[in-house]
Design a protein around this ligand. Structure first.
Ligand code: ATP
Ligand code: MG
Length: 301
């Protein structure tokens, strides 16, 4: 398949799930089981398309690295067992590991808590020429910290700064931070893998029943599941307030892993394609140097 066709197909998969108007966004409008027009009989074809897409992604990343101008930051947020890890693994499977870095944000350390909330993430913003992946991110500051108020207390902020507006202020600060990064050549794409409560239950049971998956299960996962509705409210509010043209959210149906991967790969391909990447042009002086080097090699033993 030609690159042009791949890009066109990628647009078709990514566009329906890109949040265009944050203010009107409703999580209920997105069906976690959506696979667009594809049925299970299309799965093999879809897998093949993903493989082609991954190859195209690898080529684009090679140019991104060679050009060394833009950086790409991919942010992943989701409930447990929505498939963040598997999606990252599959979508990035073709790219050169030298040009890619993944960082997983867990509960903050004492040192993290002694700083402003963006501090620990800033250190891991990707360098130019790289794709950086945040597996969870500063968005947890408006999700888990909002659902569990006691986590906010642990941050020992000056009490007069903790008002009813705190979440609105965090959204504003995140938007400013993302605008700042964008203006510095960091392309941001954000993914919420939207799994249903029923599918999460099915995946948890699989983790409990299958010895090879036991390690993936943590008792805390069940505790967090009990707060499902609070999380959905927090996610919806977060997407409403932090969707922007420069750093869009994609709400990706996550009940079918093969489909999730296609949508994420498509969005990343589309983002890279929009940069009109090219291998750096070599200067006339450099071309002379290359010609001279060739002569030396051809003339030698
Ligand atoms: P997996 O379960 O697939 O291995 P995970 O991302 O769920 O991956 P865990 O170690 O299970 O990793 O969980 C990390 C935990 O850290 C999550 O419960 C998340 O909410 C929490 N966390 C991340 N960032 C923050 C934060 N800023 N403040 C408080 N808790 C946070
Ligand atoms: Mg977990």
């Amino acid at each position: 398949m030609h690159t042009k066709d791949i890009i066109k197909r990628a647009r078709g998969f990514a566009k329906p799930f890109r949040v265009k108007d944050g203010s009107g966004f409703r999580l209920n409008d997105i069906d976690p089981g959506d696979t667009l027009h594809l049925g299970s009989e299309d799965k093999p074809g879809a897998k093949e398309a993903l493989a082609t897409g991954i190859q195209a992604l690898a080529e684009l990343q090679d140019m991104l690295y060679a050009q060394d101008r833009w950086a790409v930051l991919l942010v992943f947020q989701a409930m447990d067992a929505a498939g963040k890890d598997g999606t990252i693994k599959h979508v990035m499977s073709g790219v050169n590991p030298q040009g890619c870095q993944v960082y997983s944000f867990k509960a903050p350390s004492a040192e993290d808590l002694d700083h402003d909330f963006l501090w620990r993430c800033m250190k891991y913003v990707p360098e130019r020429g790289r794709i950086g992946i945040f597996n969870r991110s500063y968005y947890e500051e408006t999700l888990v910290v909002r659902v569990h108020r006691e986590l906010l207390e642990k941050q020992t902020l000056p009490p007069e700064l903790v008002t009813k507006d705190i979440w609105k202020e965090r959204f504003q600060d995140i938007r400013s931070f993302e605008r700042y990064l964008t203006r510095n050549g960091v392309i941001i794409r954000k993914f919420f893998l939207h799994v249903s409560k029923g599918e999460q239950k099915r995946r948890f049971l699989e983790r409990l029943e299958n010895p090879e998956k036991n390690w993936k299960f943590s008792a805390n996962d069940i505790k967090e599941r009990a707060f499902w509705d609070d999380y959905m409210e927090a996610y919806e509010d977060m997407i409403r307030h932090t969707s922007s043209p420069e750093a869009p959210w994609y709400v990706v149906p996550a009940d079918n892993k093969w489909f999730t991967r296609i949508v994420v790969a498509a969005a990343v391909i589309e983002a890279l394609d929009a940069l009109a990447l090219r291998y750096p042009k070599v200067s006339t002086l450099k071309l002379k140097e290359l010609a001279a080097a060739k002569q030396v090699l051809l003339g030698g033993k």
